[in-house]
Design a protein around this ligand. Structure first.
Ligand code: SAM
Length: 296
């Protein structure tokens, strides 16, 4: 028997394709929560049917367009002791799905919120990609417009962590073209589709190879892209040019004159404004020595 927390908001993950991934807690919550806030009520009943669970509580639509307005009403019920279950169409609520608004309002109102975790395409794809998992970033969907997508990908060029994107079959070809432009052909990546379903497929290779594969055999269904992070060389090449000690010294002298600062304070400011590629600050003693040399 699984205890249902009363007077609590519970986020619960639902299967992303394979109904066998539904947890015991999800089943118990679907049966016993006082209110089920579901992204799509028809899909909720469909899931409950497939699980053989009867939803005893009331069901409300809770989606991207109404979640801010609905959150407080649901939390009023939590305050009177109700269990409010939040589920999205698939995977973890809040991960490119509704849920965050009620979590934030619950925190602001000091009301309990907990989670029955489970499937999410991000972690499934990351684990299957074979790329480093120790540090990764989740980027959600790429921007729809070409120009914004290109700009966004350029910004990610020096990113050293493994990068995870969600993608749709109708945009995958364009996105792969832009990925090739931004990252070049050699970065390792994985295209993961239809995870947990009968036609699950993981294509592993370089950006160039996966792009060609997308042209040859367009992937259908739901897709996650996982891209290897930048190597030391790629990160250094993409990072803004580092100033030399002499250039920093000239900047510090100018700053001291313009702002009426002591030279040591000007050096501190300039050093902080120009970190090295690894994030550390340039050596202030070396800049000071260069300042003295210039002044001589
Ligand atoms: N909340 C979900 C989660 O935790 O994964 C994500 C919802 S988002 C609206 C839907 C996107 O997730 C899809 O377009 C696809 O990129 C990815 N996705 C969901 N299920 C998937 C699956 N079975 N295989 C591959 N990607 C999936």
């Amino acid at each position: 028997m699984i205890a249902i927390p009363r007077g609590t908001v519970v986020l619960a993950a639902t299967p992303i394709g394979n109904v066998g991934d539904a947890s015991e807690r999800l089943r118990a919550l679907l049966a016993d929560a006082d209110i089920v806030a579901a992204e799509d009520t028809r899909r909720l009943y469909d899931l409950a049917n497939r699980l053989g669970v009867h939803v005893n509580g009331s069901v409300v639509a809770y989606h991207d367009h109404n979640e801010r307005n609905k959150a407080d009403g649901l939390l009023d019920r939590v305050e009177t002791g109700a269990t409010v279950l939040v589920v999205s169409d698939a995977g973890m609520p809040t991960i490119n799905d509704p849920g965050l608004a009620i979590v934030r309002r619950a925190i602001e109102r000091g009301l309990p919120v907990t989670c029955a975790p489970g499937p999410s395409a991000v972690l499934d794809a990351l684990a299957l990609s074979g790329l480093p998992t120790d540090r990764f970033c989740y980027e959600g969907f790429l921007p729809r417009k070409h120009a914004e997508r290109v700009q966004h990908l350029r910004m990610l060029l020096p990113e050293r962590r493994t990068i995870v994107f969600y993608e749709t079959p109708h945009r995958i070809a364009e996105s792969m073209d832009d990925l090739l432009d931004a990252f070049g052909p050699d970065r390792p990546m994985a295209l993961c589709r239809e995870l947990t379903k009968d036609y699950e497929e993981i294509r592993r290779g370089t950006v160039g190879e996966i792009r060609q594969g997308v042209i040859d055999v367009p992937p259908r269904g739901e897709i996650v892209l996982v891209i290897g992070g930048a190597s030391d060389e790629e990160a250094a090449a993409a990072a803004p040019a580092t100033l030399s000690v002499d250039e920093l010294a000239v900047l510090a002298i100018d700053r001291a004159l313009e702002d009426g600062l002591r030279i040591k304070d000007a050096i501190t400011q300039v050093a902080q404004e120009h970190p090295l590629p690894d994030g550390s600050l340039p050596n202030r003693k070396q800049i000071y020595a260069a300042v003295l040399k210039i002044k001589e």
